[in-house]
Design a protein around this ligand. Structure first.
Ligand SMILES: [Zn+2]
Length: 305
């Protein structure tokens, strides 16, 4: 089981962590952007098995959980990878920026591998390659330093960049970032796609259809009702509804089932053409070709023994 610690940075009301007002009238909060990406990651991961996710932030965004609490939770959880989603600032209304990824200054090889794979996937999917740096950077960040497992912090574009803001506000961008993250997680954690073959088309339960037709024709299955299983009660009914004559006069619905099985028009009347078709059917299956639907013929029609 691969354990993912997933973090949306900050909280909704964390001071300063928002888009620059002159670029985004709503001053969209950083946590809102971070959380949207985390939700999309979780949603996309649902197509796979073999993992578990722990969200480290307050999923309502109300509380800005202390960084120590977040890394403690990830360590206690025993995460295999810590992914922290953030958005950047520092362009002050200028242009440029782009996506950056961070690992701890003394990060091990594993963190660096994750970082490189993530940055490449992020640029491939989201295309927000900035002028700010090479995108794979190191920094003495609490989350990356205090987590016991490989950790990458992603800064998904600048909230105060004229060029980045219109992009990072879109759901499409969040989707592309999430797609990139999931692609890397799936590959590195070797997650398996959930089997997509939806339930095999249900076989028609012929016994059930027969029981229902028999009930319509006035038969009763007092013990088990129409349960779809062939048993003594069914045998008794089949014996009663046995001969050509009875089917002709009384049992329209059962006659239709016979007609369906032998391939003639389902008019519910056991006439000469139906009798002929039953004879042919019986002959084909090695039964006595008398044209009367007896117990053995019923069994063949219903595919029971
Ligand atoms: Zn942040």
């Amino acid at each position: 089981m691969f354990k993912l610690a997933l973090n949306a940075g900050h909280g909704k009301n964390t001071a300063g962590k928002r888009c620059l007002k002159k670029l985004d009238k709503k001053e969209t909060r950083e946590w809102v952007l971070n959380s949207r990406i985390c939700e999309k990651i979780e949603e996309k991961l649902k197509a796979y098995t073999g993992y578990d996710v722990l969200r480290l932030d307050d999923p309502t965004g109300i509380k800005d959980i202390a960084l120590k609490k977040r890394t403690d939770a990830a360590n206690k959880y025993g995460a295999d990878f810590y992914l922290s989603i953030h958005h950047n600032a520092g362009i002050k209304g200028g242009i440029g920026g782009g996506i950056e990824t961070y690992v701890y200054t003394k990060a091990g090889a594993e963190s660096k591998e994750w970082q490189e794979a993530l940055y490449e996937a992020l640029i491939n999917h989201a295309g927000l390659k900035g002028n700010r740096s090479d995108g794979t950077r190191t920094k003495n960040l609490h989350e990356c330093r205090e987590s016991n497992m490989p950790c990458v912090l992603i800064e998904c574009g600048f909230m105060d960049s004229k060029t980045d803001v219109p992009i990072i506000l879109t759901s499409k961008f969040a989707d592309e970032v999430a797609e990139a993250c999931v692609e890397v997680i799936v590959k590195k954690a070797k997650l398996k796609k959930k089997s997509t073959k939806s339930e095999e088309p249900k076989k028609e339960n012929k016994v059930l259809a027969w029981q229902k037709a028999a009930i319509k024709d006035g038969f009763k299955f007092p013990k088990y009702g129409a349960d779809g299983d062939w048993g003594d009660e069914c045998v008794a009914v089949a014996k009663k509804a046995i001969c050509k004559k009875r089917l002709t006069y009384k049992y329209k619905n059962l006659t239709k089932l016979v007609q369906k099985a032998v391939g003639v028009a389902e008019d519910g009347k056991f006439g000469a053409s139906t009798k002929k078709a039953v004879e042919k059917y019986q002959k084909l299956l090695g039964l006595t070709a008398d044209g009367a639907v007896g117990l053995d013929t019923w069994k063949k029609i219903l595919g029971v023994k």
